[in-house]
Design a protein around this ligand. Sequence first.
Ligand code: TYD
Length: 140
Amino acid sequence: MRGKTNLIKIIKIPEIFDDCCLYFAQTKDHIPFSIKRVYYITKAVTKYPRGFHAHYKNRQVLFCIQGNLEMVLDNGKRKEKIILNKPNEGLLIDRLIWHEMHGFKKDTILLVLSSAVFDPKDYIRDYQKFLKIANGKKAS
Ligand code: TYD
């Protein structure tokens, strides 16, 4: 895993070039959790950012397998941004990291590997509540 800071953690996965480009990611070697769910986002529109939440428990690795978008990560103390545009680079989003996805270029495909099955109760969608939880204060 390579990372500019503690907040941005990039996982590089193997790429095999023959008559195509083939990428693979597997638990333990590349993904630091058992993969329980896979989802992907297509046809996102540049003017509509997505995300704006954190998870209590779920951990995710995001791969921009086509196109380009900007991720904003926030741990309640500081924010960092990174452009995702390389299919061999996954961004780890750990527990209690507020994340936003901005500026989806046309035809971007975002593939997400998740440590848990979908659970709406695992979402924190209120930013003020997130700040309290992330900074160790009791959220009402
Ligand atoms: P959400 O996670 O808020 O999307 P984003 O982070 O891209 O803004 O999910 C959008 C909607 O899709 C929301 O109603 C929940 C639903 N959803 C599922 O039902 N299952 C899933 O695995 C995911 C990721 C979302």
